[in-house]
Design a protein around this ligand. Structure first.
Ligand code: FE2
Length: 195
């Protein structure tokens, strides 16, 4: 494995989007191997919680009209998807969410992320959680952006999520079970229950 295809997501970076950024967590929250559309990307989540919040991916919107599929390979988790409202000029409002989905997923499930929906996945199980996905990896783009393509791909917009300290809901462990807790930074969020 060439090292440029591998990226760990550190606790330091995840502080941007945690419900409690001061809480202690594992040094690395999840591990990524980027193979792109053909070979697929593999992600592996740590187990556990950070001050009751389950280990999750950072989450991002896509730049442009790009959808994506995730295949759950191992473990159990919850996929969060959110779509922003638009202003009068058709620009997305980062703090107003018009649609929010929380979907329980298990090994063998496939989950479609439509264009326009930010997405992340949460490990709510006792084991590692592992997925494959088919988002493209543009290594050439990242060189021009000076970034690490495996860690922060050029097709993904992380800034809107960072600005809001995560998604509109956090997934929290309460009496051993996952529950959704609203992120108070958002102005408008639909009421959503975990099914
Ligand atoms: Fe994505």
């Amino acid at each position: 494995m060439d090292p440029e295809y591998y990226a760990p997501r550190t606790h330091e970076k995840m502080k941007d989007v945690l419900m409690n950024p001061e809480a202690k967590g594992p040094d690395i929250h999840y591990y990524m191997i980027r193979g792109g559309k053909e070979r697929k990307n593999i992600t592996l989540w740590q187990t556990g919680t950070v001050d009751h919040e389950y280990i999750k991916t950072y989450g991002h919107y896509h730049v442009g009209n790009l959808d994506e599929t995730y295949w759950i390979i191992f473990g159990e988790g919850i996929a969060l998807l959110q779509k922003r409202a638009l202003d009068k000029k058709g620009q997305p409002l980062d703090d107003e969410i018009e649609d929010f989905k929380a979907i329980k997923v298990n090994a063998g499930d496939e989950i479609y992320m439509p264009a326009g929906y930010a997405h992340l996945l949460v490990n709510t199980g006792k084991t590692y959680f592992v997925t494959a996905d088919n988002s493209p990896v543009e290594f050439l783009d990242s060189v021009s952006q000076g970034g690490n393509e495996a860690s922060m791909p050029g097709h993904a917009d992380y800034e809107a999520v960072k600005k809001m300290q995560g998604f509109a809901y956090y997934v929290i462990e309460k009496e051993g079970k996952p529950v959704l807790v609203k992120n108070p930074k958002y102005k408008k969020v639909p009421d959503v229950q975990l099914k």
